[in-house]
Ligand binder design. Structure first.
Ligand SMILES: *Cc1c(COP(=O)(O)O)cnc(C)c1O
Length: 378
């Protein structure tokens, strides 16, 4: 039985006609740049995120970059973030000439540990970037309160977490100064290529992002600021407009798959036998629907790489998110971090393994994954 890590075909096939019609509409109008579809998407996604403003941009990476630009972060500044994320989180800080400062993760959620933030704040610190990793909210209340105490901006990297709710139902992207979404095809709401959005409740920042998105020109060819080409394509927006109404349904299917995995793994006895750890949905009992949206389902195991090879032999897809913590990347050697500096993330990078969790997976496929993992440890 084949179990791919992700099967976008299964998601798109039932929507094929609807999506093609939406794309055709754009083609008929020849409105490819910041067309009506982009505005419609900005409206519906910002509302979905409980934010007043949404600015469609070219990718999740550019959402982060333009957010930091809107905050005027640059040379001499420091930005605190997590060492366990996709590279773009830290890369955007460096690209603007600022310095990423890494704080270790909470060993249970693998999100930024708020208890470790205050110790690294200096007079150069300008912002904190929490990442809502794998589709679960970072512990925002202490992060927001530290930021307020030290007058720091908070840029939420919500690339893996659209619609995710915190304890009391506040949605990611709406709590910090700015929130960054990605529509990369493998995210829970994926386009047919690259795309992203910045959401915010701050009118001034929204205006700044919108200005920077089109080279900083306003009116066109008269430049108030140095921006870039950070636009979301109308064609991508047209695809996303079709897909957004299905997102909640997909999320509950992912949650259901996670609970099926939990049952199957419990019955397997692997926790006792080899210390296998399942992802912990810490807000599941908080009476919120989107307590976790499982962009990834991450288990932690010993002999991870051997297990991964065995799964591959059995045609089961898996992925390591991520193999190298950001503070130990080659390109960051000059920052002076060493092995052992941030032990929780370093352990996580040895043990984490993402299993297939996409909405359309069948119970038989989930059973096959767990059975194969059991077989390996036997
Ligand atoms: C995917 C991702 C990004 C970057 O998004 P792109 O659209 O691929 O540029 C940034 N941060 C995190 C945590 C991501 O998962």
């Amino acid at each position: 039985m084949k179990v791919p890590l992700l099967d976008l075909g299964a998601q798109h096939e039932p929507l094929r006609k609807e999506i093609l019609a939406a794309m055709e509409h754009v083609i008929d109008k020849n409105s490819y740049i910041l067309g009506e579809e982009v505005k419609v998407l900005e409206e519906s996604v910002s509302t979905y995120c409980q934010a007043r403003y949404g600015i469609g941009v070219s990718s999740g990476t550019d959402a982060l970059l333009v957010s930091l630009m809107a905050l005027d972060i640059g040379s001499g500044d420091e930005v605190i973030t997590t060492p366990l994320s996709f590279f773009a989180t830290a890369g955007c800080i460096t690209r603007l000439g600022a310095k990423p400062v890494f704080v270790d993760v909470d060993p249970v959620t693998l999100n930024l540990d708020p208890k470790k933030i205050t110790a690294v704040i200096t007079e150069k610190t300008r912002a904190i970037i929490p990442v809502h990793l794998y589709g679960q909210c970072a512990d925002m209340d202490p992060i927001l309160s530290i930021a307020a105490d030290h007058k720091l901006a908070v840029v939420e990297d919500a690339a893996q977490a659209i619609g995710v709710e915190y304890r009391d139902g506040r949605r990611v992207g709406s709590m910090g100064s700015l929130g960054c979404l990605s529509f990369f095809p493998s995210k829970n709401l994926g386009a047919f290529g690259d795309g992203g959005m910045v959401v915010t409740n701050d009118e001034g920042l929204a205006d700044r992002v919108r200005l920077l998105r089109t080279q900083g020109g306003r009116p066109k060819y008269y430049h108030k600021a140095v921006g870039g080409n950070f636009r979301l394509d109308t064609l991508q927006a047209s695809v996303l407009n079709v897909k957004l109404p299905y997102l909640d349904g997909w999320t509950s299917m992912r949650q259901q798959n996670a609970m099926r995995y939990e049952k199957l793994f419990e019955a397997s006895g692997l926790s006792e036998k080899i210390g296998l750890r399942l992802p912990k949905a810490i807000y599941r009992d908080s009476n919120v629907a989107h307590y976790h949206i499982y962009n990834q389902f991450i288990i932690r195991v010993s002999k991870r790489d051997e297990l991964r090879a065995y799964l591959k032999e059995n045609e089961i897809g898996s992925e390591i998110y991520y193999p190298v913590p950001l503070h130990l990347q080659d390109c960051y050697r000059a920052l002076g971090y060493h092995q052992g500096d941030l032990p929780e993330v370093e352990n996580a990078c040895q043990e984490n393994l993402g299993l297939p969790i996409y909405p359309e997976l069948g119970q038989d496929q989930l059973e096959f994954v767990v059975k194969t993992i059991q077989e390996f440890y036997n």
